[in-house]
Design a protein around this ligand. Structure first.
Ligand SMILES: Cc1cc2nc3c(=O)[nH]c(=O)nc-3n(C[C@H](O)[C@H](O)[C@H](O)COP(=O)(O)O)c2cc1C
Length: 392
């Protein structure tokens, strides 16, 4: 691993690790840990990353790789790159413009952007100010009227896809958030005073723009979305609003009602994937929420091949969790993914330096992907296959 540097700004970042470091130097520890951390012992968070290094390339040589194309198709539309931006709620706690920065960078690259229902920017603002190919991610709420109102708003703004996240019937246990006394508004307490005041630019930005709120959940539950509750309270109050009773039958009702593309995120098992496909869903995302939910869950790269086999290319299988290099994207494609979603990799950029950071993250990933293709002797995305990889 190259030595870690402290980059001055996004332009001095050459890897996602550099962007992570930039975010670390610019954010209070509590906010950085909220983004960077995982559930419980963070075993799955680590395993997600290790799974990529445990798969090694067996590259082709002597192919003409002077021209390569990263273009691919998803839902009969072209994407210039085989990835989209996944949903990350609470990005605005890192930088108030983070959601918009990610959406704008995605639109510029003609790749999908997924807005989280727990975002700090509204469905309408993203559609108006960023545009592009938009998906809306919804957690299933107990309050079904509210849930459907949110989805109707996405429909009214022409979002192409609805993503239902199914690996969060209850919130995961992120111990760092408790230890860091992370609260909203960023209430100064004896435990976090030094932390928040150690990042004056972040603090000034926060005071100038106003303390972020979960804009799309406004009105759901006062305690969950206003600035009056502590983060630990907020986390559990939002969690209280999730519907742990949501099941295959409920998903089938969502399928009946949402006429756009329906993407189900948070699947690890081939049998679940087959049942979801049988309900008429349009795509599956193999994901363990970046290790933020069930600690001890299998790394998604390891879970991917069995799901791909079970789905047998009838609908797209996307994956996320642990992608930090363009080469990681290539490995997921080689194991049968139709594309991937980017989580923390682009979020580090967006919270570190908004537009420039989000843009830089996509540029780094796309440049690395293209280079990996050339070094593997691959000129088209669909030439990736499992013979190029060996698991050690
Ligand atoms: C700060 C943060 C917030 C997230 N919020 C959501 C969310 O609101 N909805 C969701 O489905 N997934 C959410 N995720 C999970 C991501 O969509 C994605 O599955 C995960 O980040 C992938 O792992 P990676 O970051 O290691 O690539 C969040 C992840 C992070 C890091």
């Amino acid at each position: 691993m190259p030595e870690l540097i402290n980059p001055k700004n996004a332009a001095h970042c050459y890897t996602i690790a550099d962007l992570r470091q930039l975010a670390k130097t610019r954010l209070p520890k509590a906010v950085f840990d909220f983004i960077d951390g995982g559930a419980e012992d963070e075993t799955t968070l680590k395993n997600n990353l290790e799974a990529f290094s445990n798969h090694r390339w067996l590259a082709h040589v002597l192919n003409d790789v002077s021209e390569v194309s990263t273009h691919t198709r998803l839902f009969d539309r072209t994407m210039t790159l085989p990835f989209g931006i996944g949903p990350t709620g609470g990005a605005g706690f890192g930088h108030p413009m983070a959601d918009l920065a990610l959406a704008k960078a995605a639109a510029k690259h003609e790749i999908p952007y997924t807005l989280s229902s727990s975002a700090t920017t509204t469905i309408e603002t993203i559609a108006k100010q960023a545009g592009g190919r938009l998906w809306f991610q919804a957690y299933v709420l107990r309050d079904k009227d509210f849930f459907w109102q949110m989805i109707e708003r996405a429909r009214a703004c022409d979002y192409e896809g609805l993503m239902i996240t199914v690996d969060l019937p209850v919130g995961g246990k992120r111990v760092k958030d408790f230890h860091n006394h992370f609260s909203l508004p960023f209430k100064l307490t004896s435990r976090n005073f030094l932390d928040f005041s150690s990042r004056p630019s972040w603090l000034i930005r926060l005071l100038t723009h106003g303390v972020p709120t979960l804009a799309n959940l406004k009105g759901l539950d006062k305690a969950a979305t206003t600035q009056a509750s502590s983060f630990t309270k907020l986390a559990s109050t939002v969690g209280k609003n999730y519907d742990p009773a949501f099941n295959f039958e409920s998903l089938s009702k969502v399928r009946d009602r949402w006429k756009g593309k329906l993407i189900v995120k948070g699947v690890s098992r081939p049998d679940d994937a087959q049942k979801i496909m049988a309900l008429g869903c349009d795509a599956i995302v193999v994901s363990n929420h970046g290790g933020r939910q069930l600690d001890g869950a299998m790394a998604t790269l390891d879970a991917l091949p069995d799901v791909v086999k079970a789905i047998d290319r009838k609908i797209p299988v996307l994956m996320d969790s642990g992608i930090r290099h363009g080469g990681d994207i290539a490995k997921a494609l080689a194991l049968g993914a139709s594309g991937v979603l980017i989580g923390r990799a682009s979020l580090y950029g967006a919270v570190g330096q908004a537009d420039e950071g989000a843009q830089r993250a996509i540029d780094i990933l796309s440049e690395e992907l293209k280079r990996t293709m050339q070094l593997c002797g691959v000129t088209q995305i669909d030439q990736f296959n499992e013979t190029l990889l060996k698991k050690i």
